[in-house]
Ligand binder design. Structure first.
Ligand SMILES: NC(=O)C1=CN([C@@H]2O[C@H](COP(=O)(O)OP(=O)(O)OC[C@H]3O[C@@H](n4cnc5c(N)ncnc54)[C@H](O)[C@@H]3O)[C@@H](O)[C@H]2O)C=CC1
Ligand SMILES: O=C(O)C1=N[C@H](C(=O)O)C[C@H](O)C1
Length: 257
């Protein structure tokens, strides 16, 4: 292995995204797959023993935070695609990074991206830009029926960005006469309604709907194949090494903010 080759471990390697990531890393120039880690393995020990510089986590919401702490304690950078992160779990990772990186110039990095697909990252960026101009905004995410979390991490990230843009612009809540007790208005993410569809045949899709009197803007993205996430995953693996601390969202790496 030449010194410029980055050794990469994949956590959740037996899963849909983990297996696709292992194949992509094996094909990629300048990266070497050094560990396939899955449930039942000691993540920290496996990362340390493999000599991985970067570990990619595609597991399940219930374990991803613990995996990241284990990866950091093993001395590796982390790229995280698993969803289910909230403000509290991100804060604990920042505290951990601050402790580990104190006094170091080449500190460890964690890059969490709810979606590595270019179409999804662009859709989220466009939605955040459009949000201030519309009275109403809602998000619909559509996924394969094996997905365990709802709404999707992408939809939560999208809705949070829309909510922040609406707040900055001083917009009132989206108009909605639905009385309490009715059941079909979706999840409330920072005041933005998010709806989740689970349908055999789908992979990962999102529609962002904006409305004004007499007009509508729809932003839609479709991932038809998990291959669509791989350029973003590989970019994140290469970038995280030079990005100490926590980065949330591939839009920062793509310079879209
Ligand atoms: N950021 C992105 O672009 C994308 C994110 N995702 C997210 O990635 C995650 C994984 O999705 P899929 O691959 O479809 O799920 P999956 O269910 O196919 O794979 C999850 C894998 O994690 C393993 N696992 C469970 N507990 C573990 C533990 N403690 N340590 C190590 N491995 C463990 C399972 O055995 C399984 O192999 C989900 O949270 C999903 O929302 C999925 C697609 C794209
Ligand atoms: O579980 C999935 O499949 C996906 N999960 C991510 C999410 O929750 O946003 C990314 C993408 O939507 C696919």
């Amino acid at each position: 292995m030449s010194s410029s080759v980055v050794p990469v471990a994949v956590v959740g390697a037996a899963g849909r995204m983990g297996a696709t990531t292992c194949a992509a890393v094996e094909e990629a120039d300048g990266l070497e797959l050094v560990a396939r880690i899955d449930a039942g393995d000691d993540v920290g020990a496996a990362v340390r023993d493999s000599g991985a510089l970067v570990a990619v986590d595609f597991t399940v919401p219930a374990v991803t935070e613990a995996n990241v702490h284990a990866i950091l304690d093993a001395g590796a950078h982390a790229v995280v695609g698993t969803t289910g992160w909230d403000e509290a779990s991100r804060s604990r990772v920042v505290e951990h990074l601050d402790r580990l990186n104190a006094g170091r110039e080449d500190g460890l990095g964690v890059l969490i991206a709810p979606n590595f697909g270019l179409s999804a990252v662009l859709a989220m960026t466009f939605a955040a830009k459009a949000a201030r101009y519309f009275e109403s905004a809602e998000v619909v995410e559509l996924h394969h029926p094996n997905k365990v979390d709802a709404p999707s991490g992408t939809a939560r990230h999208t809705a949070a960005a829309i909510a922040a843009a609406r707040a900055d612009a001083g917009l009132a809540p989206s108009p909605d006469a639905t009385e309490s007790g009715w059941e079909a208005r979706g999840a409330d993410v920072d005041g933005v309604r998010v709806h989740a569809v689970r349908l055999r045949g789908l992979v990962a899709h999102e529609e962002i709907l904006f409305g004004n009197v007499g007009e509508q803007l729809t932003i839609r993205q479709d991932s038809f194949d998990r291959a669509s996430f791989m350029p973003g995953v590989l970019l994140a693996v290469r970038e995280v090494v030079g990005r100490p601390g926590l980065t949330v969202g591939l839009e920062h790496v793509l310079d879209l903010t």
